[in-house]
Design a protein around this ligand. Structure first.
Ligand SMILES: *Cc1c(COP(=O)(O)O)cnc(C)c1O
Length: 387
């Protein structure tokens, strides 16, 4: 995967995910001793004296910098291979490009709205059947999966932005019994707390823009596969032909951000838990949606499938209407009123405004992405904004 002369090789010492991440795959440049990999901007790659490719061929099908981060991602996920994309949605679009006319895709009704918009577009233009299920209903998924016809079941382990929990292992069993593959958008539940492939998923997806990169300064997507089968080869070909590969500099930034993923995520999850507990019985808050609370209907499943905290995404249903919720989002002084999630700084947003006319999100819902600031200051900020 690496350009010749650039890497002594990833260590073969057994290592935890934390050590893998901190060391960025354990890179040592064999020529210079550098412990941070170079950025390879080259778009084209030379052939040797036998006219065989030395390493890479042309940058649209990959480059050494993205190859490095892909190798680390594959180990992180327990995947046979990983691919990085120019954005999360480039990864989603490339994956669903492998679904054929007449095949069925099943996904949650409440899910990341960009992926839902893409599925609706495919349904209209490609003749792909898309069925949305209710993640909060006990047999929601089972009733929509049709044996034989269903090609893909696509879920989130906690759906964005209501954070209803989906049992990944149970979803894998349902998908596999119907002959479908299970894809998990694990953006909000990275492998440091939930390893989707270990739970039976075939494909795991991340918006690398979020927790993996972690600093709100790079747009990236990730797909990783349990086995590099025929569909995966098709995904790889589609990435090359559609041109959605992640650039060298962005690949480098993604790897740099991932070195601190486990430390950031733990602090963020601890902050989120403190905020959730504080506002759980607050007169100005109708409900706190956070799987870490014992009162959350998905708590038991979340506890089983998340091994290192309940994540740092939560939503507050403000007592009142959409206007009341929006007022809160304009009055915070530390939380930044902006979309996106997973960065080190805390963000708050009125989700129904951002999602637009297709939104199925409650109008009084504020989505909160908790950062690594001090929890007491974040709580005080929300208190003054609600007052
Ligand atoms: C942001 C996000 C995406 C899309 O990723 P981009 O990098 O913005 O293209 C997909 N799924 C979830 C859960 C997300 O939060």
């Amino acid at each position: 995967m690496y350009a010749r002369g650039c890497l002594t090789g990833m260590t073969d010492s057994p290592r935890s995910l934390e050590t893998l991440l901190a060391q960025g795959g354990h890179f040592i440049d064999s020529e210079t001793g550098a412990i941070v990999p170079p950025i390879h901007p080259s778009t084209t790659y030379a052939r040797d004296e036998r006219y065989a490719l030395i390493g890479y061929g042309y940058s649209r099908s990959g480059n050494p910098t993205c190859g490095h981060v892909e190798a680390v991602l594959a180990e992180l996920e327990g995947a046979e291979e990983a691919l990085v994309f120019a954005s999360g949605l480039a990864g989603v679009a490339t994956f669903f490009d492998t679904v054929r006319t007449g095949e069925r895709v099943v996904a949650p009704r409440v899910m990341y709205h960009g992926a839902a918009d893409w599925l609706r577009r495919l349904a209209e233009r490609r003749g792909i059947e898309v069925a949305f299920f209710d993640a909060a209903a006990p047999d929601g998924l089972e009733t929509e999966v049709r044996a034989g016809a269903t090609a893909v079941v696509w879920i989130e382990a906690a759906v964005n932005p209501t954070w209803d929990v989906i049992d990944v292992r149970a979803a894998a069993d349902i998908a596999h019994a119907a002959g479908a593959v299970l894809g998990v958008d694990a953006t909000a539940t990275p492998a440091v707390t939930l390893r989707a492939l270990d739970l039976g998923a075939d494909i795991v997806f991340h918006s690398g823009t979020k927790y993996l990169a972690g600093h709100s300064d790079v747009t990236a997507g990730v797909l990783a596969t349990r086995v590099a089968d025929e569909r995966w080869e098709d995904v790889k070909l589609a990435r090359t032909l559609m041109g959605g590969v992640l650039g060298a500099f962005e690949s480098w930034l993604l790897l740099r951000g991932m070195r601190t993923l486990h430390v950031r995520y733990e602090r963020q999850a601890a902050n989120a838990m403190a905020i959730a507990r504080h506002f759980e019985r607050h007169p100005k808050v109708e409900a706190v949606l956070y799987p870490g609370l014992e009162s959350h209907p998905g708590h038991a499943v979340a506890k089983r499938q998340m091994t290192n905290g309940f994540g740092a995404m939560l939503s507050l249903r403000v007592a009142g209407d959409a206007e009341a919720a929006k007022r809160v989002a304009t009055r915070t002084r530390l939380f930044v009123p902006a979309t996106s999630l997973g960065g080190v700084e805390s963000l708050i947003e009125h989700r129904a405004t951002v999602e637009g006319p297709h939104s199925v999100v409650p109008p009084n819902l504020l989505r909160v992405s908790v950062g690594i600031e001090r929890a007491d200051e974040l709580i005080a900020d929300l208190e003054q904004a609600l007052a």
